[in-house]
Design a protein around this ligand. Structure first.
Ligand code: GTP
Length: 365
């Protein structure tokens, strides 16, 4: 069921003739780095220059088919705490102030935040009055419609083939799931016929770089990496290399950071600027990966990273844990950055495009 929206292939902005495509047996011609030590490129089957291949944990578990029903039922399982709290309210309930009070508490508990909770309550009360709704099932149905209307503007298909390469920069706080998400996206994109190149821009945590390199090696994805140094330079190299080889998608991983670490947020801005020097208009997608368990703090992260980077999209991971899911309503109200994908686990099929109606179905039960 995983699908990307594909544009007609575009003419490469830089002809691939600038550097010949590498053969699987020989290391590729290095693209000269700018103001940085040369990048190490890991080709499938080759060894990284900077570090021995460790017995790193795989980024992803083995792929299995993901029929739509299976995905929805697992999403429901992930959000079952919230759906249990919300749906019980409507069982044999009278439509009165008590119901609205309980609904308010349940929405707040679900991380929807004050603004979205108030908005939904006001809209629901209006609807109940206008349509003269008398029974709880009809009120629940009205709430479902309001929530779908609220979340639908966040739903946006991820469009491939707009640029060659399509350059994506991926940011987020530590452990949000950036590297895992990149691995999943790379596999999905490959299955849609896209060639993918990764930039190991997390130069801070050596294990992250090695994990990405090992994963790239196993999955036929080129990884541009440096043993030490400037994440902006690695990203620049990756964009140059992607252009020269006629790659379809370049994904730039970045080190996790908190929005309060201002110098690290400045570094992120620099990475973005330098990517733009490597290719005009890039990055074409600036994504923030959010751990769905972080509750209302997720909203603070969206605001801070959006202020710094002008985000084009979000990926919400770990909606399979203790996540309550309501934070999407808060995002929709306060900072409506599109949610391209949501994640409910570590396997490749556990990352899927965000579909508002499915999400609300899981949330409301
Ligand atoms: N349950 C669950 N675990 C996930 C999901 N996505 C990622 N993880 C796990 O979260 C942990 C952190 O993921 P990473 O991809 O390493 O996170 P990161 O943001 O790259 O981390 P840093 O590089 O340290 O900032 C790993 O154990 C992943 O397997 C998800 O959707 N559900």
């Amino acid at each position: 069921m995983f699908s990307f929206f594909k544009k007609k292939p575009v003419v490469p902005e830089t002809p691939p003739a600038a550097a010949p495509a590498p053969t699987p047996t020989a290391p590729p011609a290095a693209v000269p780095p700018v103001a940085a030590p040369p990048a190490a490129e890991l080709q499938p089957g080759s060894q990284p220059i900077s570090a021995p291949v460790p017995a790193a944990e795989p980024l992803l578990a083995v792929e299995e088919p993901a029929p739509r029903q299976s995905w929805i039922s697992r999403l429901k399982a992930g959000l079952s705490k919230t759906s249990a709290n919300l749906s019980i309210l409507f069982v044999g309930a009278k439509i009165d102030d008590d119901l609205y009070d309980e609904l308010e508490a349940a929405l707040l508990m679900a991380d929807a935040g004050v603004d979205a909770t108030q908005y939904l309550l006001d809209a629901l009360k209006r609807k109940v009055k206008e349509d003269k709704l008398l029974d709880a099932a009809a009120v629940k149905a009205a709430l479902r419609t309001l929530m779908i209307d609220l979340l639908t503007p966040l739903q946006r298909p991820f469009e491939l083939g707009r640029h060659q390469p399509l350059v994506m920069m991926i940011s987020g706080v530590n452990g949000a799931g950036k590297t895992t998400t990149i691995g999943k996206l790379a596999k999905h994109m490959q299955s849609h016929g896209q060639s993918v190149l990764l930039a190991a821009g997390d130069t801070f945590r050596a294990a992250a770089r090695e994990q990405l390199m090992v994963w790239g090696q196993r999955n036929n994805v080129t990884v541009i990496s440096q043993a030490s140094g400037d994440p902006a330079a690695v990203s620049f190299d990756a964009v140059q290399s992607g252009k020269a080889r006629g790659i379809d998608v370049v994904m730039v991983d970045t080190a996790g950071r908190l929005p309060t670490q201002l110098h690290l947020m400045e570094e992120l801005k620099k990475v973005k600027r330098v990517i733009g020097k490597g290719m005009e208009g890039a990055p074409h997608e600036t994504l923030l990966v959010i751990d769905g368990n972080t509750g209302q703090n997720a909203l603070a992260q969206v605001k801070a990273f959006d202020d710094a980077l002008q985000l084009t999209g979000l990926v919400i991971t770990k909606l399979d844990g203790t996540a309550k899911g309501g934070v999407l309503a808060a995002i929709a109200r306060v900072r409506p950055v599109p949610v391209y994908f949501i994640g409910i686990g570590e396997k490749i099929e556990d990352l899927q495009p965000f579909v508002a109606a499915d999400f609300v179905e899981a949330l409301l039960g």
